[in-house]
Design a protein around this ligand. Sequence first.
Ligand SMILES: *Cc1c(COP(=O)(O)O)cnc(C)c1O
Length: 395
Amino acid sequence: MDVFTSASELLRHHRPERPVLALRPHAAQRAAKWFLANFPGRVLYAAKANDAPQIIEALAEAGITAFDVASLVEIQRMAAVKDAELYFMNPVSRGAAISRAYREFGVRRFAFDSADELDKVIEETDGADDLTLFLRIACPNTHSLIPLEGKFGASQAEAPELLLKARQRATRLGITFHVGSQAVVPAAFGEAIRQVGQLIVSSGVLVDAIDIGGGFPSRYPHSERPIWRASWTRWCVPRTNWRSTLASLLCEPGRALVAEAESVIVRVDARRDNALYLNDGAFGTLFDAAYSGFRFPARLVTPSRGRTAPEAEFVLYGPTCDSSDYLPGPFMLPASVTEGDYLEIGQIGAYGRVLANRFNGFGVFDEVVLTDEPMLSMYESAEDETSQAAWPARA
Ligand SMILES: *Cc1c(COP(=O)(O)O)cnc(C)c1O
């Protein structure tokens, strides 16, 4: 893959017709190193957020070799990583997938959220005696931009009995939850952990592991410096006495590890007033800008022709003929932007490329590696001093 020092450097060499996925593996690596240094437990990468081999390789090189996977395809992909440790955390799986995961890929860690799903795991693994089972509990997603509530998770009423039942079958037993993606209020984790504590007390069942899931936020213009790492890390594992439970702690960030690690470089195919028609959009890497209210950072990268125009607000349209291929933004760009210009749209590394489809014949990308800094970063070195003390010290 071609390597450039920046998007403008790329444009000095090419005028790409297709949108270009611009990877910054070094940004994924920096995020991984930060989590490994600061989280007092095992850090899993939620494999669905970005499946680019260069990104996965960067995470693995930094030391993340444990993965939250949800399907056989993800299992197959992540099993290729050296020394991979796979956690099959989809609480509803097909029996054949569980069986193959166990037999062919050596998966020993499974999630469930109902008696039926627990039975399925036990049945498909022939009552194996080497399983780590995680009970997924429902928890409020009120503090996240993309709530994942309602689909998965045992209710507070169901959970104690399920925990007891699983305790009898599991070699190691865990509890897990997901506070929702882009959880912008750190207390969300604290509330969920308190719920875990209550469950342990009310069921009288001791657990070996607590997996606090994903949801760690990244930086976007609509939640600029959402809560600094310094604060979210302090709150994620609040003054609970989790250590006295002797349970080991795990987390499964997706977004926070990879959001910064990819941009998309797009071409302006037309301008109508303050609407720009681009060659990528809602059915490409920018789904969340159309359907989840995200505003990604955007900048003009076409070699400047001496333009120092003031900025203006723009809305963007993608290339398909569907009117929902519309990104309301607003996106701040120089007022002079015009047809034929190229833009870099940043922070699309999480849930960008993986959601792109071929609708209307679009969704085909070129790819390059960029060595410069991401457009926004949660992991700038200036923040490191305040954040270092944020997590409880490693046990
Ligand atoms: C999607 C998912 C994650 C990652 O969520 P982010 O918001 O990207 O951090 C973690 N765990 C599970 C079970 C998931 O489904």
